[in-house]
Structures are given as C-alpha cells and as structure tokens.
Design a binder for this molecule. Structure first.
Ligand code: SF4
Length: 520
C-alpha cells in the first residue's frame, strides 16, 4: 500500500512537529544520515555523537509508539529521501522546511520521485517562535534590522515579562548592563551528568573510528533525548537560574559551565522547544525564584538572540556567507585547532574547553575567540567554519550570522560597530590574565598582551569607517595623544604578532576532510 513518507531532519526531534504523522498508521518515518554532511567539515566528535545518538533515541521512541521508522545512510539528504520514496513507492514526502539554505534548495530542486510538502519551521507548529513569513513581514516594515527592535516586538507579541499595561517588568526591556558581574568568591554549582547508554556507546565507538573529526569523544556528557533535556532544564532552574543573569558574561579558569543553562544543544535539535523554555522562565520569575535581571537575561538569549540570528540568516543569505566588509585576509591560526600552540592563556583555556566538550559560553565565543579573529583580520568564512564544526550546538543558521554579522563585523546588518576589545575586557571579566605569560597592561614589546596592539592597529586600520562613530570615536583621540614613537612601537608589536601566527592548513590531512559547502 502506498502512503506518505515523513522525513525527519536531525534537528526536528519533536513529536509535536508536522513532520511526524499524528497516527503511526498514516505513513512511514524516515531519518537520513548524510555522508556529504558528515564529510563537509571536521566536525567535533561529540557533535557527531550527539546528532547521531539523539536521532537514534528519537527513532527508537517512535518505534516504541508503533511508528514504522527507517534510518537510511545515503550520499545526501535528498538522495536518501529519493531512495526511500522508490523503495516504498511513497505518494508524497512530508517534511519541515530545513533550517539550512543549502539543504532546503537541494530538497526543493531534487527529483525525489514524489511531491514534497514542506511545513514552516517556525510559528505555532514550528521550532522557532516566528514563522518565516513573519520574519519577512517584520523586516519589510523597518529600515534598520537591529536586535533591540526585534526583541521588543517579540516581547510585546508574547507578553512575556510584560505587565498589564504592555510595559516591560522591571521598567526596562533589557537588563544587559546589570549582567556583567564577576563572581569574586561565588562558584557555580555542579551540572547534571548524562552517562552514555547502550545506544550512545555504540555511536561513540562508530565515531571513534571515523577518520575525520576534531576534539575528544571521551567524556561525552550531553542530553541525547527529551528526558535528558528536561533533566537539564529542571536542574538549571533549581540550581543556577537565579545567578545566571549577573554572571552570564564572566569566565573562570576550570569552570566550564559557569551558571549557563546548557540548553542550546537540546533546543537546536528539537528536544526542547523555545516556547516551553521561555514560558518556564516567565513562570519561574512570577513564582519569585528568578530575579528579573536573570529572567530577562535568559529570555533575551532565547526569544531575542536565537530568533534574531535565525531571522538574519534567512534575510541575508546567501550573500551573508561571502560577506567580508572589513576585507579580512588572514588564515585562521592553527591554535584554534591545537590550543597548546599558543601561550595566550585565554585562547588556550577556551579552545581546550571546546576541544574537550564542544562548548564554551557566549562571551568566550564573542569576546575571546571571535574578538581575536576580528582584531587579527582572519577571513570570516574560516572562522565561521571553525565555529560551525567545533560547537555541539552550532548550525549554519545560527553560527553564520553570529560570526559574520556579530563577531567579525563582516556584515553591518546587526550592529553599527564591531565587538572589538583590548585585553582589559578579558581581564575584567575573567581570571585568565593573572596566570598568563603576557602582561595585560602592556601594549608594546615581547610581553605585551596580543589583544592590545592588535586592538589599536585594528582601530587605526579602520579609521575611515569608525573614526566618527559616537561610541568609538573617543578611542581615536587616545591614539592621537600618544607620540609617534609609541604608535610605531604598537604597530611593530602588532606586526610581529600577526607574522608569527601559524596558519591552519586548509584541509589538514589529520582531520581527513576538505572544507566544502554541500547540500549535506
Ligand atoms: Fe589573554 Fe592577554 Fe589576558 Fe593573556 S594577558 S589571558 S593573552 S587577555
């Protein structure tokens, strides 16, 4: 008997989505392991384990509920679907709109052998708060596509953390400036553990033998099913949520999770929905367990930044991928892959943590790893590929806008000025500098913190663009006050630092893959 085929992308692991038939008798369910996607980048091994194991757990849950489920290994998602259509003589293919433009284009243009019925990945039956058309309508009505306007509209539409008169609770939309405390004596509580079960152990062994890949597969400890994701959610609200806001930007040596929620990998796979997390934040605040600065800080991450990044992705692609406003030309330094190759304590700490876990939090991404690449003039697409490959929660729709439009200012759609900072910022928000071989206060000479000369020469290089910016302009007056000898010494120090940056090879043989964009 012919029937529809329901294709479930590895990021659609939610029974409430329309890519899962309401009744198991209504059609077959297909998952595809794409070999093209597996080879596209040197993915972090824990990310491979997470995606493959979560898919298997979800498939097993559906099977237990009576669904007929198939996991097909194929050259690409489109070929896997076409093979299944032929094998089962399916009458149509039902799927969510893929979150990645390359995959969506390949599904729409491929001859799948049956009509394709795509459902919006956002809105009431999707996995984002806004539907794609909603995003386009929002963008059409405005000249500027800034995050604060986007976030304010979402708050008004949902009523989350708003009072009866439509005003934000606490009197302001954002508590960002109150979320920059440093925990002098406080230390974060432990996070829950998710020991690998038989399914995950099998996947770990398979990934261990995979010739490509980066990072350690040992120590894998991410939630791979909805039960694990809910455990993580409950633990966060019970132990860390109240302090999340004040300490969300802080960085401590050896404290890999700080007070962060660790929900992004589950959200981006579909194990948690953004709506349920946001509603929980609102409820926790209403019950008096989450102060407004923490509640608003987390709401801004999920209803604000996460949705905004996905909106920018669809508004700016495919041009966003090639954006390089500042004409950055340098190759990615090798120490993004091999942290022992740098003596910068902050970089070494952050890259080592990513290599061990597939994760660091947003400020480590933006203000350490991204900031260095910005100041050193690294080509955006190389940084973008690294972010995409290295983090367990990164997908093109979120990392490309984050890297290109935020961290590297390769596109000025999101902000009028780059997130550039000297070593003083890292020193204020972390305990890294005390243990570093470089002097965070020095801007010249062999011991100068590399962020300092790179920061000042970055400003000098882009004076025509930022010299009159109201928030950066004052820095140029400081630069101009220094003597020419001082400025020369800064330039020489910066030139030596970038000269000594060893580039990562394009396709390191030990990683076993080439960088490619593919339908995957
Ligand atoms: Fe990083 Fe500079 Fe601090 Fe060293 S001194 S940890 S390089 S910011």
């Amino acid at each position: 008997m012919s029937e529809p085929l329901y294709f479930v992308g590895p990021w659609d692991l939610d029974r409430r989505l329309p890519c899962i038939p309401r009744d198991p008798r209504d059609g077959r369910v297909l998952f595809v392991e794409s070999r093209a996607k597996g080879r596209a980048l040197p993915w972090h091994r824990q990310k491979l384990v997470l995606v493959l194991s979560a898919m298997r757990h979800f498939a097993a849950e559906l099977e237990q509920s009576g669904y007929r489920v198939e996991i097909r290994n194929a050259r690409s998602y489109a070929e896997g679907i076409a093979e299944a259509v032929r094998a089962h003589r399916s009458t149509r293919v039902v799927a969510m709109r893929p979150r990645e433009m390359g995959i969506e284009r390949s599904l729409v243009s491929a001859d799948l052998g049956a009509p394709l019925e795509l459902h919006d990945d956002g809105g009431p039956r999707g996995h984002f708060l806004l539907g794609r058309d909603d995003v386009l309508r929002w963008a059409r009505r405005r000249e500027s596509l800034r995050m604060d306007a986007f976030y304010a509209e979402l708050r008004r539409r949902t009523g989350w953390l708003m009072d009866d008169r439509g005003k934000p609770l606490g009197g302001k939309m954002s508590f960002d400036v109150e979320n920059r405390a440093f925990p002098d004596r406080d230390r974060p509580p432990p996070v829950p553990s998710h020991p690998p079960d038989a399914i995950t152990r099998d996947v770990i062994e398979r990934v261990r033998e995979w010739p490509g890949g980066w990072g350690s597969v040992d120590g894998f400890d991410w939630p791979v099913d909805r039960a694990g994701a809910l455990r993580e959610l409950d633990d966060f609200f019970a132990s860390r949520a109240a302090s999340f806001g004040p300490y969300e930007d802080a960085m401590l040596r050896g404290e890999r999770w700080m007070w962060h929620a660790r929900l992004s990998s589950s959200l981006n796979l579909g194990l948690l929905s953004p709506r349920e997390v946001c509603e929980r934040i609102v409820a926790e605040h209403a019950e008096g367990r989450m102060p407004i600065a923490s509640a608003e800080g987390l709401l801004r991450q999920i209803a604000g930044w996460r949705e905004y990044m996905r909106a920018l992705y669809w508004l700016r692609m495919p041009g966003l991928r090639d954006a390089n406003l500042l004409e950055a030309k340098r190759a990615l330094p090798i120490f993004y892959w091999e942290p022992e190759r740098t003596e910068m304590r902050c970089m070494r700490e952050c890259v080592t943590t990513v290599r061990d876990t597939g994760y660091v939090h947003h400020v480590q991404r933006l203000m350490v790893l991204g900031n260095f690449a910005l100041l050193a003039g690294v080509r955006p697409i190389e940084v973008s590929h690294w972010f995409w490959a290295a983090y367990v929660d990164a997908y093109e729709w979120v990392q490309l806008p984050n890297v290109h439009a935020m961290a590297l200012f390769a596109d000025d759609v999101a902000t009028t000025k780059p997130y550039a900072a000297s070593g003083a910022y890292v020193d204020r928000m972390s305990d890294y500098c005390g243990e570093c071989r470089y002097d965070v206060k020095a801007r010249t000479g062999a011991d100068a913190c590399p962020f300092n000369p790179l920061f000042w020469t970055f400003l000098e290089r882009h004076r025509a663009r930022f010299g009159k910016h109201p928030r950066i302009g004052a820095l140029y007056r400081t630069w101009d006050r220094w003597s020419e000898d001082e400025r020369d010494a800064i330039r020489e120090t910066a030139a030596r630092i970038v000269r000594e940056l060893e580039p990562a090879p394009d396709a390191p043989p030990e990683y076993g893959v080439a960088f490619r964009d593919d339908d995957g």
